[in-house]
Write a protein of this length. Structure first.
Length: 513
């Protein structure tokens, strides 16, 4: 899995891990912050949430255009600085009136613009590592590793957001609605400092991918570039646009995790867990499981007895700790709604080696699906996830629309739905994500014409932006129809997108060869 990858991959992945940790720490509590700090209802909180996510993923189009002119590395650095300023402004508790609202909107613009310069261009640099023929056949695996690193940062984000907010509330006296959440936003500032430090500490391993007029070219990878005809260029761009059209609806459905699925956790899901049922909500238990998974893969894939022994020791030690914690799991805990957002990144990190092993096995047999086919399968899997939510919601009352002075829905009903409905939904959604997202990014980096690479990667994020803007549909539907119908809307959209993808498959697979 990790063998034979370019060194620059790990440096870029770790730099992105730091930035994503800060971003997802903010996202974990952002929708709840909007409702509690400003007293917004589900619709308006959803509008702001969707607009912000839309900008975060739309502005990489501009970032890609700028990078094609001035270099990817330069835009990445400028992007981190601008993001830092945005998170810093968001960290100040300025209240829920006009001043606080204006400051928040300015901060969101800065974070969005900085992310637009940073995110897509960093991923183009990752793709450029694989232009060297020595690494060309490891492109998909490399993007899977890169995607896994993103989710390592996201895994710890919900716990960090909850813990720092609780500390501010219980020990620093920030008891007003929404005030404690500002401390979660401050975590993002610190994570960006770590991200830029990693970037420059290991820059020598990927400097040749940064682009720009003053680029230092690595002679080992410099090679003639095949010119595409106008017809081939057009065919590739059209194919990419077809993929972009499909992924809009995946991200519209997937990113309900921060909106309607978080509302569901807040209003309908049990607020306490006891005994062994507390274990999934401790992020360190999830980390132990990750050690077991990776230790197991290392044991079977290691070529030396020493490596196998070390792997076995790691697995046995992790199992021992997990068993000990199992017998120590007594009493009960409070379940905060944002904590459910840790399960998606956990599943991504834990299941990435599993998915890579499956596809590697299929590749040896000549049966590995193409990237476009994986994307179509991902849409079907996402539909299954919302089918689970439909079953979970049958018989539940309508969501509440009004927000009281304490920032909570007025007349909130007694929540007793098992948290395992959401945990299972996130598991299935993650399978869909692993089929679609890293494969989609890899597809773009492979198919995009050389002179439009930055712009086409920006196009991927532009499609994601439209999908994220449409996330607000979840806020609009919330309280206006029965819950099972809310989830049915997303199920139907995913199914229709998959059918469209299969209809276009021949054209897509032609350019993917």
């Amino acid at each position: 899995m990790f063998e034979g990858q370019p060194k620059g991959l790990y440096a870029l992945a770790l730099a992105n891990t730091g930035e994503r940790f800060g971003y997802y720490t903010m996202i974990a509590v952002f929708a709840l912050f909007l409702r509690s700090n400003f007293g917004l209802d589900a619709f308006w909180a959803g509008e702001i949430y969707g607009d912000f996510l839309g900008l975060v993923y739309f502005l990489p189009i501009f970032g890609g255009f700028m990078a094609d002119k001035f270099g990817y590395g330069k835009m990445v650095t400028i992007g981190i600085i601008i993001m830092f300023l945005g998170y810093l402004l968001l960290s100040f508790p300025l209240g829920g009136k006009v001043v606080g609202l204006v400051a928040m909107l300015i901060a969101l613009l800065l974070v969005s613009f900085g992310t637009g310069l940073f995110k897509g261009n960093l991923q183009v640099m990752v793709g450029n590592l694989y232009d060297d023929p020595k690494y060309a056949d490891k492109r998909d695996a490399g993007f899977s590793i890169f995607y896994m690193a993103i989710n390592i940062g996201a895994l710890f984000a919900p716990t960090a957001a909850i813990k720092i907010s609780e500390y501010a509330k219980n020990h620093l006296g920030y008891t007003a609605p929404g005030e404690a959440y500002h401390f979660a936003f401050a975590v993002a500032c610190a994570s960006l400092i770590l991200s830029i430090a990693i970037y420059y500490a290991f820059r020598s391993t990927f400097r040749h991918t940064e682009g720009g007029k003053k680029q230092v070219v690595n002679q080992a990878v410099e090679q003639p570039v095949e010119e595409l005809s106008k017809e081939d260029t057009k065919a590739r761009i059209v194919a990419l646009c077809l993929v972009f059209a499909v992924v809009i609806f995946f991200w519209m459905a997937f990113h309900q995790n921060g909106l309607s699925l978080t509302y569901f956790a807040d209003e309908f899901t049990a607020k306490t867990a006891s005994g062994v049922h507390t274990m999934p909500f401790d992020v360190w238990n999830l980390v132990i499981i990750i050690f077991i998974v990776y230790g197991g893969f290392s044991f079977f894939q290691s070529k030396t007895q020493k490596a196998k022994t070390i792997s076995a020791i790691v697995v046995l030690a992790a199992l021992g700790v997990l068993v000990y914690k199992y017998y120590q799991a007594t009493g009960s805990i409070h379940i905060s709604a944002p904590i459910f957002q840790q399960f998606n990144p956990f599943y991504v990190v834990a299941l990435t080696p599993v998915s890579m092993a499956i596809f590697a096995s299929l590749a040896k047999k000549g049966k590995e699906p193409s990237a476009p086919r994986k994307i179509a399968y991902g849409m079907i899997v996402a539909a299954v996830a919302f089918a689970v939510m439909i079953f979970a919601s049958i018989g539940l009352p309508m969501p509440q629309e009004e927000i009281g002075p304490d920032g909570q829905p007025v007349g909130m009903h007694v929540a007793d739905v098992s948290p395992y409905w959401l945990i299972s939904t996130y598991l299935i959604l993650t399978f869909g994500e692993l089929l679609l997202s890293p494969m989609g990014i890899s597809f773009v980096s492979k198919v995009a014409p050389l002179k439009y690479k930055g712009l086409m990667m920006g196009g991927w994020f532009g499609a994601t932006a439209i999908g994220n803007k449409l996330v607000s549909v979840g806020g609009y539907l919330w309280g206006n129809m029965p819950l099972w119908m809310v989830w049915t809307v997303f199920l139907v959209l995913c199914i229709l997108s998959a059918l469209f993808m299969f209809a276009m498959m021949k054209r897509l697979e032609k350019v993917a060869k």
